[in-house]
Design a protein. Structure first.
Length: 351
């Protein structure tokens, strides 16, 4: 990867170096909130759209054009790897990931073979198109679901509030649980690694639902596998910044950081100043405007963005984002206004 320069705001901030302005991107910035997305998306599962590189690249580029954000996050989904190897999982509109035959026994490991490059050529073809199209100062951001969050969908069979089957598997068959996590960790390494090999320049590991666990269970059943993902990717791509993110994870902040990532993604519950107090003054953070404030309109959203910037206190190691994904009924004009405000308030006039 090229050395970090001030012309790539996201990469500069990712290493705590001064950038021309605080970089901005939004989780789920590409998708249902944009009318141009709805105009081209077509019918069927999101997984069908992801398999069309030209369409997927266009959807990835739409928010870059509209908002002027500082990263293009690949239009994909965390269940692409298990879907690609034939586990039998789809994304059902209005529901989310659904597996008709959930993972419940050792025999189900046979339905989760190793992810191979040929399984995801449509993903890497999309990255190739994006790298060719985007200006150098706007990197492609790779991502994958962390083993726990992907595993929870496979075990539960659909989104869950209780994670009853997932937690039961952890506590009744620990050997099988770790076997599942090992398979999914390998998959995440291959999935992110393929994106990086084709030109993505940073990545985010989404462990969206790990906040459902106690700190003790997280350390025993999850942390070793997330750590393996981060370490293996660091061995392959030592200069690539890594982001770790989950929802409701304030009680796991220290443990998640131990996975070895370079950037901690924060939801709206954890103040930036508190995260640095706990993890170190040099901590690079991403976040963390509450997505609900964006839904409340421009005035509320802009005030919230100002508060996030104040919380960061001018620290160069800050990537501005929401504290979770863009909601489908978000007004794109509000996100554009937030992006403009962050860029203007943080612009270095000597850059």
């Amino acid at each position: 990867m090229e050395s970090v320069t001030s012309t790539v705001p996201l990469l500069a901030a990712a290493t705590g170096q001064p950038a021309p302005h605080t970089p901005v991107w939004f989780m789920r910035q590409a998708g249902r909130s944009l009318p141009e997305y709805r105009a081209v998306r077509g019918d069927g599962s999101i997984l069908d759209a992801i398999k069309q590189p030209e369409l997927s690249a266009e959807i990835t580029l739409q928010p870059v054009r509209r908002y002027g954000v500082d990263a293009a996050v690949l239009y994909s989904d965390i269940v692409v790897p298990p879907h690609a190897v034939g586990f039998g999982i789809d994304v059902r509109p209005g529901t989310g990931p659904v597996a008709e035959h959930p993972f419940r026994s050792a025999a189900d490991l046979d339905r989760l073979p190793p992810l191979m490059p040929d399984d995801i050529t449509y993903v890497t073809d999309t990255v190739d198109l994006l790298v060719a199209e985007l200006p150098r100062e706007v990197p492609v951001l790779a991502f994958a679901g962390a083993p726990f969050t992907v595993g929870s969908y496979l075990v539960e069979g659909r989104p869950s509030r209780t994670y009853q089957y997932t937690k039961a598997l952890m506590h009744t068959d620990e050997v099988l649980w770790h076997s599942l996590m090992e398979r999914l960790a390998s998959s995440a390494v291959e999935f992110i690694g393929a994106q990086l090999a084709h030109g993505a320049r940073a990545y985010q590991l989404f462990d969206s639902w790990t906040g459902s666990l106690s700190a003790a269970d997280y350390r025993r059943y999850v942390l070793p596998h997330s750590t393996r993902v981060v370490r293996e990717l660091a061995d392959r791509h030592p200069e690539v910044p890594s982001i770790h993110f989950g929802i409701g994870c304030d009680h796991l902040l220290e443990a998640m950081y131990e996975a070895g990532v370079s950037i901690m993604g924060l939801d709206w519950r954890t103040p930036i100043v508190d995260a640095r107090r706990r993890l170190g003054d040099d901590l690079v953070v991403q976040g963390n405007l509450d997505p609900a404030l964006v839904l409340a309109g421009a005035d509320v959203a802009l005030a919230g963005a100002e508060a996030v910037l104040a919380d960061n206190g001018g620290h160069p190691g800050h990537i501005f984002n929401l504290g979770h994904g863009v909601q489908p009924d978000t007004d794109p004009g509000v996100l554009a206004a937030v992006t403009e405000l962050v860029h203007e308030r943080t612009r270095r006039h000597d850059a």
